[in-house]
Design a protein around this ligand. Structure first.
Ligand code: ADP
Length: 194
């Protein structure tokens, strides 16, 4: 199973990624989490990435692509993976296409979580209180939303044209959203098989 989980900042990708990945027995690979681990450990990658993350900007494709390539090459990702937070640019889409093609597999589906704008802001401000992420300030949140709209939202059209996009309502309780994701993926794979 090779899945991508998409959605704007605050849509609940990280939360859902864990459940969905567990269900399919594949690792959840979150680029945001990998960057944050590197930042906290003060690695070279972390020092470089932090400059962009703190400003709400994307880390350059070259750095991000290389990091994902290395992660996907690890043995636990051989049976498949769920990507959370990647790809986010058209260049990353192309890079990922190459990575998957190289292994002789195909992308199964791209799940996008849709959430109202007001709810997104509320969730991020709440997370700012509980997790204290450096990029969860009001100003940086606004910038992250702009960058998502400019650079990442267009990817939805790309995957829709390929017939891979699965839209899921991300409003409501975590468990409800998880059930919707499972149901939508089942329906999508049934549609492909039949
Ligand atoms: P969010 O909840 O805002 O979607 P993430 O935790 O997924 O945030 O990512 C945090 C930050 O890490 C992003 O704002 C960006 O700077 C960097 N990042 C994560 N994934 C990517 C990517 N695919 N390309 C470039 N930068 C990325």
């Amino acid at each position: 199973m090779r899945l991508i989980l998409m959605g704007p900042p605050g849509a609940g990708k990280g939360t859902q990624a864990r459940y969905v990945a567990a269900r399919f027995g594949v690792p959840a690979i979150s680029t945001g989490d990998i960057f944050r681990v590197n930042v906290s450990q003060g690695t070279e990658l972390g020092v470089e990435a932090k400059r962009y993350m703190d400003a709400g900007e994307y880390v350059p494709d070259e750095i991000t692509n290389k990091m994902v390539r290395n992660r996907i090459d690890e043995p636990d990702a051989a049976p498949g993976f769920l990507l959370d937070g990647y790809p986010r640019t058209l260049a990353q889409v192309e890079e990922l296409d190459g990575m998957i093609k190289f292994t002789g597999h195909a992308l199964d589906a791209v799940v996008v979580l849709t959430v109202d704008r007001d709810e997104l802001v509320q969730r991020l401000l709440q997370r700012a209180k509980t997790e204290g992420r450096a990029d969860d300030t009001e100003e940086v949140i606004r910038r992250r939303q702009e960058v998502y709209a400019e650079q990442t939202a267009p990817l939805l059209d790309v995957y829709a044209e390929r017939g891979k996009l699965v839209e899921v309502d991300g409003m409501g309780e975590v468990g409800q959203v998880t059930s919707r994701v499972f149901a939508a993926l089942e329906a999508a794979s049934g549609a492909t098989a039949g």
